[in-house]
Design a protein around this ligand. Structure first.
Ligand code: NDP
Length: 342
């Protein structure tokens, strides 16, 4: 694939937490962007945020990614696609509430690109480390060769009784598998290649429209509840995984669009392991009025279960990642500016 650097990229679910940073990174890298949103009013905040980019940012309405042919119009005339739209929440009763939009949205955009995206050269799908990690009793460093077979089994056998995390992880694993299958089945017919980005938990300041903390996206609501609201007990504060700064993830998407060597790769994008209490410790040091959380927590003896081998992303993109200190500080400054911290 030739390097794409000055052309138009379609970003699905542009008004989402991650996508807003993807749009920003693409604009900063010189791309024009067409973002999909469910309704025109959902584009207003981004229009105003990025008004200095003028007509380099436009929007298309896709009110439900599940609908057959949902992206048929939106893919016309773009050179690359970043497909981020997918539900991420913990209140799905039936796993299909997550799985259907995740899988059909992904297959839908690939098939729209096959039929109507004659200028598309690359498609970047936002998957998740949820399609890689497994909840294990011992620590493990996962690689791009791993798949979350456990979540798939859990959802297959338990259905609605599976955990919220397993339902979400299964939706991401099934959507990613469907993307690779679609690509393998159709690679002879299309002019594009496929890149899959697998972020760990995403934290950092907010660009998209959020009126109150209760309406934060899933990962930042968790951050807010731990570091600001102080609503979590010790068990929850000692929960953790690995994390990535949303700004680095936005840039990783832009580089995934334009780096020739990324084609055909599954790429873990992650900074380091964490427990929620690690975030609370930084937050409390910076803002002593915020909760101290679990004061018995000792990072030196805590067991961090889900680490990732990030050699591929470092080699391909060489991004200097934000530190935990920077991420917590900038997130809290953002909350303070919104009046969410006194
Ligand atoms: P958000 O909830 O902020 O964004 C999700 C986006 O998808 C929104 O624009 C939403 O539109 C859109 N969307 C969801 N379902 C549909 C649908 N049926 N039809 C049309 N649009 C839909 O989530 P994030 O930004 O956190 O997540 C973005 C991507 O990153 C997802 O693929 C997620 O799985 C992945 N990811 C996120 C992580 C995280 O920690 N945040 C970690 C790893 C991966 P609307 O707002 O209008 O509903």
């Amino acid at each position: 694939m030739p390097a794409i650097s000055t052309d138009k990229v379609l970003v699905t679910g542009a008004n989402g937490y991650v996508a807003a940073w993807v749009v920003k990174a693409l604009l900063e890298q010189g791309f024009a962007v067409r973002g999909t949103v469910r309704s025109d009013s959902k584009a207003n905040h981004l229009r105003s945020l990025f008004k200095s980019y003028g007509d380099k940012l436009e929007f298309a309405i896709v009110n439900d990614i599940v609908k057959e042919g949902a992206f048929d119009e939106a893919v016309k005339g773009v050179d690359a696609i970043a497909h981020t739209a997918s539900p991420f929440h913990t209140h799905a009763e039936d796993p299909s509430e997550l799985i259907v939009p995740a899988v059909q949205g992904t297959v839908g955009i690939l098939s729209s690109a096959l039929k109507h995206g004659s200028s598309v050269q690359r498609i970047v799908v936002t998957s998740s480390c949820g399609s890689i990690l497994e909840e294990l009793p011992v620590p493990k460093t996962f690689t791009e060769a791993d798949w979350n077979e456990r979540a798939l089994r859990e959802v297959e056998t338990k259905g609605a009784a599976a955990s919220a995390a397993d339902k979400y992880c299964a939706s991401k694993a099934l959507a990613e598998r469907a993307a690779w299958k679609y690509w393998n089945d159709h690679k002879g017919e299309v002019g594009w290649d496929l890149v899959v980005v697998n972020p760990s938990y995403v934290y950092g300041p907010i660009l998209h429209e959020v009126d109150k903390p209760e309406h934060l996206n899933e990962s930042m609501r968790m951050f807010y509840d731990a570091a600001v609201a102080g609503t979590y007990d010790k068990d929850m504060l000692n929960w953790g995984s690995s994390w990535i700064d949303v700004r680095d993830l936005g840039l990783a998407h832009a580089l995934a669009v334009k780096t020739p060597g990324a084609g055909g790769e599954r790429i873990i994008v992650s900074q380091s392991v964490f427990k929620l209490q690690d975030f609370v410790n930084v937050a409390h040091r910076l803002y002593p009025q915020l909760p101290a959380g679990d004061t018995d927590f000792n990072p030196a003896t805590a067991v961090y279960f889900q680490a990732y081998d990030t050699s591929k992303v470092r080699k391909l993109f060489g991004i200097k990642l934000h530190t935990i200190e920077e991420m917590v500080k900038d997130s809290l400054e953002d909350f303070k500016a919104r009046g969410w911290i006194q």
